[in-house]
Design a protein around this ligand. Sequence first.
Ligand SMILES: C[S@@+](CC[C@H](N)C(=O)[O-])C[C@H]1O[C@@H](n2cnc3c(N)ncnc32)[C@H](O)[C@@H]1O
Length: 252
Amino acid sequence: MVERSGPPYRLALPEPGQTYEQDVEYCVLDTGSGWEEYRFHDYDRLYRVPGLYEKLFYDILQCQSPPVVCDLLAAHLGEPAGLALSDVRVLDVGAGNGIVAEELRSRGVGAVVGIDIIPEARAAAERDRPGVYADYHVVDLTALDDDKAETIAAGGFDAMTCVAALGFGDIPPEAFRVAFDMVAVDGIVAFTLRDDFLTDGDTTGFAGLIGSMLGSGELEQLGSTVYQHRLATSRDPLHYRAVVARKRSARV
Ligand SMILES: C[S@@+](CC[C@H](N)C(=O)[O-])C[C@H]1O[C@@H](n2cnc3c(N)ncnc32)[C@H](O)[C@@H]1O
């Protein structure tokens, strides 16, 4: 194990070279009462420890997704879309503790509204990045009643981000669809997916959903880039695709 220290916890990762699928990757953490295993998808436990998410994914595993996606989105918002960035309102889906919102606000985006399924994400965003979200909804997008969906959509969104949150037991295709329906026609969406989730062999349902939205003309792809999302715990690079697209019409 490689041990990394830093108050107020000790953190260690599996030896490089041991390979795990992303939804079973883990670290071990000692916050003062002994080592405990934390799966990377135990977001509620990770967010409860201030600074742990940033230490693990950004400092150690070199996550690049928020700046890559926010640069791609910003390049298609503002002047190209005929909008002042300061007037743009973005719906950030699978928002977590607010890293994407911070990146958007630092690029001049006027307002960001977050959605996440767990209350610990909103609590961590309020604790670590107070004021970065204009609003933050803790909801399950797969079980949203019409009133709540209308209340969120009434926020009037020119854009949507969904960063490092699709697939792997996180946001399923039907939840992505529900969030997409909240974005205004002509709005810009930017999201990341593991590169193979958009290929013919995909079994997650995302290739089918995105393919049918592109095929029907509901979605127009504006750009896409393959980049290093982060390192796996094996220390091998994980490649994702970032996509930016325009919503051309409401659901067809
Ligand atoms: C890897 S984190 C990414 C957080 C943030 N987008 C970032 O880039 O730092 C994935 C987030 O998606 C959230 N999530 C998982 N399933 C979800 C769902 N069905 N609806 C909304 N959020 C979900 C998790 O709670 C977690 O906060």
